[in-house]
Design a protein around this ligand. Structure first.
Ligand code: ASP
Length: 336
């Protein structure tokens, strides 16, 4: 199962979510009612005897929350903890059990801020452990198998769900109910086959060891808001983000980041006030092209390439820790 000479030592970091969820005793096995974030990381491991064949495990409970409750504070704490674990000689890889709702954001943040080549794998579940066909145990077993395998090193942060291995750069939750809830626009990197990762692609963009972002000296991330486009937009919401102190606003536009004619002066005014405008697409896949539909060169706005709005928020915030020049931020979006 692994190419390590000895059994790999993997740390499980529990953060909560449905994988740590349980239905109330009176609910039926098919009931949709459950409480997330109640089962400890240690108990998750103890429920899967097959894990003992995969790795020597240690478990810790960093937090016990629904992933909807993640803020930048929790993201920074998670990144620091995973970095500290990866720095230890007696740890070969880290698995993070996480709620699925914001897993893509935590995974991407770790992908950009943990400087380690050791495997880091996030997993979760769409159903609580008390459900008739709970997916958490298999997801956790597969995540451990990937983290324990030497071929997973240096690939950036991975998300293992439903027998697929995704890159944190690309993966997103695309279905609120189904077990195949996660997808990557360019496809998964690989699959878990007979208890081991089988790879088909590699990520071309910088991450972990080649990332330039260092959060060691950062207590808070620069505030970046996201405004999602719909018919009948109003400027007030942009003004509210400016009043809240946002240094950048991700405009999650239609299609390829399109800005309605009546909003163009609003975005131009933001740029003139030195609030960075980052044009993304609300579609969730496909690149936003610079100067198409909106004069980014004239206004000083930035386009996200193909990053979805939640990830664009994180990359913009990290970029602002390096530079406040729109051209510098654009270079970062082009590179990552
Ligand atoms: N609300 C849960 C969470 O993200 C959903 C899940 O884990 O699937 O924590």
């Amino acid at each position: 199962m692994t190419t390590h000479a000895r059994r790999p030592r993997i740390a499980l970091v529990g953060t909560g979510g449905t994988i740590a969820g349980a239905a109330p005793a009176q609910a039926g096995a098919t009931s949709a009612a459950y409480q997330s974030a109640v089962v400890t990381a240690r108990d998750l491991i103890d429920r899967i005897p097959a894990l003992a064949q995969v790795a020597d495990l240690q478990a810790e409970q960093l937090m016990q929350i629904d992933s909807a409750d993640f803020t930048d504070e929790q993201l920074l704490a998670l990144s620091r903890r995973v970095s500290a674990l990866c720095a230890r000689d007696d740890i070969d890889g880290v698995v993070v059990a996480h709620g699925t709702d914001t897993m893509e954001e935590s995974a991407y943040f770790l992908h950009l801020t943990v400087q380690s080549a050791k495997p880091i794998v996030l997993t979760g579940a769409m159903r609580p452990g008390t459900a008739l066909a709970a997916d958490g145990p298999a997801n956790l077993l597969h995540a451990m198998a990937v983290a324990a395998h030497a071929s997973s090193a240096g690939r950036g942060v991975l998300v293992v769900m439903n027998e697929e291995v995704h890159s944190a750069r690309d993966v997103a939750k695309v279905n609120a109910m189904r077990l195949d809830a996660f997808a990557s626009p360019h496809g998964p990197l690989g699959a878990v086959v007979e208890g081991a990762p089988r790879w088909y692609r590699a990520v071309a963009r910088p991450h972990t060891m080649s990332s330039e972002f260092d959060i060691a000296a950062i207590d808070t991330l620069p505030l970046v808001g996201v405004v999602t486009s719909h018919g009948q937009m109003r400027r007030d919401i942009y003004d509210a983000w400016v009043a809240a102190g946002a240094r950048a606003i991700v405009h999650a536009g239609f299609g390829g980041g399109t800005v309605p004619a009546y909003l163009k002066p609003v975005l131009a005014a933001l740029c003139a006030q030195c609030v960075l405008v980052v044009r993304a697409s609300r579609v969730g896949a496909g690149a936003v092209i610079r100067n198409a539909n909106f004069d980014d060169d004239a206004c000083g706005s930035v386009v996200t390439d193909d990053q979805n709005p939640p990830r664009a928020r994180l990359l913009a915030a990290l970029a602002l820790t390096r530079t406040s020049a729109p051209s510098g931020v654009q270079a970062i979006f082009d590179r990552y």
